[in-house]
Write a protein that binds this ligand. Structure first.
Ligand code: PGA
Length: 260
């Protein structure tokens, strides 16, 4: 089977609606369409709807950075997965910033993953350990707990369709990514847990990404890490030229081309 690379851009809480639209315009200018590379943009919730109309969907799919687990109700200030139908094809769930700052507990994350499937949206489950957890040798257990809870109400075919982003919290936003071997080890553990629970076929089908301080310099080594199917890019995705270089690095990797 031809290898595909999945690349996500998490713009986080940056850019006004107008600025988001300008960034999308610039991306249309510099990013070419590649057959085996899928690109998914996650602007802020306010910009998501207009950008979903402005985007060339052959090149860019849209992703929400979060959504509520209920479809409707008395939840002031929230947006539901149901409301994202027709606007976003993907949704980030359990990003470490949400787990740390906005009460996305293991159970909330599980309910959000279920809500995404209920509404036909592909969940990107983010997992990863803090630095103290890594230093205490708890990485495997932390990821195990995050995976087993989040997937507990799903069927094997659903799990096969989802995306899991390994995002070591100690490497997010600091400019220095984890080593490719560390990403490979985490991906192996994730597939191992899934294989135990849902069988080997499911474990092989689920797409596992690496995210944390990915930039144009390290993107190729991360997409080439064994067991890694793509990358989730934060800060570096806010610069259209750097993001285009990241996509180019993935393209060169797919086609075994030398870097220039
Ligand atoms: P970063 O963020 O690339 O800025 O480290 C990644 C993320 O949090 O998804």
């Amino acid at each position: 089977m031809t290898r595909r690379i999945l690349i996500g851009a998490n713009w986080k809480m940056n850019l006004s609606v107008g600025e988001s639209s300008i960034l999308l315009k610039k991306l249309h200018e510099v990013v070419r369409m590649h057959k085996n590379i899928d690109i998914v943009l996650a602007p802020n919730m306010l910009a998501l709807q207009p950008l979903s109309v402005e985007a060339d969907h052959r090149r860019f799919k849209m992703m929400a950075q979060n959504a509520h687990f209920k479809d409707e109700g008395a939840c002031t200030g929230e947006v539901s997965m149901h409301m994202l139908r027709g606007v976003a094809q993907h949704v980030l769930i359990g990003h470490s910033e949400r787990r740390a700052m906005f009460g996305d507990t293991l159970d909330v994350v599980r309910d959000k993953v279920a809500a995404a499937f209920r509404n036909g949206i592909t969940p990107w489950l983010c997992v990863g350990e803090t630095r103290p957890e890594r230093l205490a040798g708890e990485t495997k257990q932390v990821i195990h707990d995050q995976i087993t809870t989040a997937l507990s109400n799903l069927t094997a075919p659903e799990i096969a369709k989802m995306v899991i982003a390994y995002e070591p919290i100690w490497a997010i936003g600091c400019g220095v990514s984890a080593l490719p071997e560390q990403a490979t080890k985490a991906a192996k553990n994730i597939r191992h847990h899934i294989a135990e629970l849902y069988g080997n076929d499911t474990a092989q089908e689920v797409r596992i990404l690496y995210g944390a301080s990915v930039n144009a310099g390290n993107a190729r080594s991360m997409v080439e890490a064994e067991g890694i199917d793509g990358i989730l890019v934060g800060g570096a995705s806010l610069n259209h030229l750097e993001f285009a270089d990241i996509i180019q690095a993935a393209y060169r990797s797919l086609h075994n081309l030398q870097a220039i």
